[in-house]
Design a protein around this ligand. Structure first.
Ligand SMILES: [Zn+2]
Length: 126
C-alpha cells in the first residue's frame, strides 16, 4: 500500500486500508489511475482506466472481473450523506425545541410517536 498519492480521496483510502477493495497495480504511479482495481490478470489487479491502457500485460489472458469498486464508493458517499442528514436533523430538532415547540409537534412532523422523538433526540434527559 505504499506509493498512494497524498490527494487520494478519503473514502477510497478507507476502502483500501481496510482491505475492502484491491488497489490498482499503478495506484500512485500513473496519472489518471482510478486506484481501485476492477479486473485481475492473474496476480495483477488493474483499475478500469489502467485496464483500458494496458498493452502487453495479460495479453491473450482473459481478465477476471472484480465486483465494481464504484458501487462501494456509492455506499460510502450515501453513508456520509446519512450522517450529515442525521446531524442536520438533530440540530433542527434542537432549534425547534428551543423555539418552544413541544415534543408532540416535533414528533408529528417526523411522523413518529412523541415517546420515540423524545428518546431519540432528548437523549433520555427531560
Ligand atoms: Zn490504475
Amino acid at each position: 500500500m505504499t506509493g498512494l498519492p497524498a490527494e487520494i480521496p478519503g473514502n477510497v483510502k478507507d476502502l483500501l486500508t481496510a482491505g475492502l477493495a484491491r488497489p490498482c497495480r499503478y495506484a500512485g504511479s500513473r496519472p489518471g489511475c482510478q486506484l481501485l482495481a476492477a479486473v485481475c490478470y492473474g496476480p495483477v489487479a488493474l483499475c478500469a482506466a489502467c485496464d483500458q491502457r494496458r498493452s502487453t500485460l495479460g495479453k491473450g489472458q482473459a481478465p477476471a472481473r472484480l465486483p465494481d469498486p464504484a458501487a462501494l464508493l456509492e455506499i460510502t458517499a450515501a453513508r456520509d450523506a446519512c450522517q450529515q442528514a442525521e446531524a442536520a436533523l438533530r440540530h433542527a430538532v434542537g432549534r425547534a425545541r428551543q423555539a418552544g415547540h413541544p415534543w408532540s409537534t416535533v414528533a408529528a412532523v417526523l411522523a413518529i410517536s412523541r415517546q420515540a422523538a423524545w428518546q431519540r433526540f432528548a437523549g433520555g434527559h427531560r
